[in-house]
Design a protein around this ligand. Structure first.
Ligand SMILES: [Cu+2]
Length: 440
């Protein structure tokens, strides 16, 4: 029975009178027709990488796997790791397999997968597979579906992948602490039968998260509830984020997941529009995909956006909440916009010895000042703004990266800054322009 027929019959929408077992089996049929057949044999060794475009995790890696007796075997090791958020700032975080966040897990719908989880932390933990269909006892909820994995123990999770899409994994034991320390990663299941619109040239995965790490300290503070000061894409903040590189005309998918503690993120792409093509619940039918330039990714959710790289250049991809594109030290300053700094700073610092002026024109000036060594900052801290660009200082940090589109790429390595064709850069006006301005 096709999904369409089921919809017509009303059983999926609840319009039919069938309930209980009958309805459950019909819904299962619907899942199968929508997502492929989970009873198909899994792919043989060496075959899987051929039939999908592997996902790329900027600043991250893919978790390797091996097939043993027809099962894809993975191994996650939870451990404490020194992690660099951006050049100049590190944290003592918790992650998996030597990195924060954990490596991206990739499989194909229909695969039988087994994930060994070894706990090398000082605390008990579990791993929850977020958005994934699996037997209840594999859900990874400490205390509810399994005992927590004690330090030194290894647990085994195993199920058959019955769906495709973008998912996540994260600690589900003492989540507030363990997720604030970095214990999460992306999980991608490719469809076995790929509709033409699924095919892309570049497939990226980006996990959005947030941290509280006070300047001069190195332990993320899990007790923070509101004032997060390190906003990250794949656990890096700009200028530490690797760019997404694409050829002009490439079809691109970006899978965004958000496991921040308390904030949603509105991710905006410059120079293009994209289609919101999938959520954590699977792909949207083509007719339901909508064009956008900004997509809100709620906490605990994923959104896949798809588009064609249609214009050469260095295009920002960033959270549009302005405090989410600031680095660590940009959040709690007193407002002195418009004040004459030279006299005011001296007067204020008599009252507040640790006072650092924000700059009478705003924060951009401060970033440059700090970069040039003009103002001391605590050890292990990031200036409030970004980093040097090809023209000037880029006054954005945090949850910010670049999509670099080029027509002349020979590899997907960072091609450097965009070389603009003559006459295509905003510039200071000429005397001719001045004359036009005077006339209008
Ligand atoms: Cu944000």
């Amino acid at each position: 029975m096709k999904r369409r027929d089921l919809l017509k019959a009303g059983v999926v929408t609840g319009g039919g009178k069938a309930l209980g077992i009958a309805q459950a089996s019909q819904i299962q049929q619907w899942d199968q027709s929508y997502a492929g057949n989970p009873n198909e044999p899994i792919l043989s060794p060496g075959q899987p990488v051929q039939d999908y475009q592997p996902v790329e995790t900027p600043n991250g890696t893919l978790l390797p796997w091996k097939i043993v007796n027809g099962v894809k075997i993975y191994h996650l090791v939870a451990e404490e790791i020194w992690h660099e958020f951006a050049p100049g700032m590190k944290g003592k975080c918790w992650g998996y397999n030597g990195q924060v966040h954990g490596p991206t897990i990739e499989a194909v719908e229909g695969d039988r997968i087994r994930i060994y989880v070894t706990n090398n932390l000082i605390a008990p933990t579990t791993v929850h597979w977020h958005g994934v269909f699996l037997p209840n006892g594999m859900d990874g909820v400490g205390g509810l579906t399994q005992p927590a994995i004690k330090p030194g123990q290894t647990f085994k999770y195993e199920w058959t992948v019955r769906q495709s899409g973008t998912f996540m994994y994260h600690s589900h034991h003492d989540e507030m602490t363990q997720m604030a320390m970095g214990m999460m990663g992306m999980m991608i299941f490719h469809p076995r039968h790929q509709p033409p619109e699924y095919q892309v040239d570049r497939d990226f995965a980006i996990m959005l998260s947030e941290w509280r790490l006070d300047p001069g300290t190195f332990r993320p503070n899990p007790n923070e509830m509101k004032d997060f000061n390190v906003l990250t894409m794949n656990a890096r903040c700009f200028p530490g984020t690797d760019p997404l590189v694409a050829k002009l005309g490439d079809r691109i998918r970006i899978r965004l997941g958000n496991l921040s503690a308390m904030d949603h993120h509105s991710i905006h792409l410059h120079g293009h529009y994209f289609k919101v093509a999938a959520t954590n619940g699977g792909r949207l039918p083509v007719s339901a995909q909508w064009p956008e330039t900004t997509v809100l990714v709620p906490v605990g959710s994923t959104r896949d956006i798809e588009f064609i790289a249609s214009e050469n250049g260095d295009w920002p991809l960033h959270c549009h909440m302005t405090h989410h594109v600031m680095n660590q030290m940009g959040h709690n300053f007193r407002n002195v916009i418009g004040m004459k700094k030279a006299t005011a700073a001296d007067q204020i610092s008599r009252l507040l010895p640790d006072y650092m002026p924000m700059g009478e024109d705003g924060m951009g000036e401060m970033g440059i000042h700090i970069e040039k060594g003009g103002m001391p900052v605590p050890d292990n801290s990031l200036p409030m703004v970004g980093g040097y660009g090809p023209f000037d200082y880029i006054t954005m940090g945090g949850m910010f990266t670049l999509l670099k589109v080029r027509s002349d790429l020979t590899s997907y390595q960072d091609p450097g800054w965009y070389q603009h064709p003559e006459g295509t850069v905003a510039s200071l006006i000429s005397t001719e322009d001045r004359a036009i301005l005077d006339e209008i």
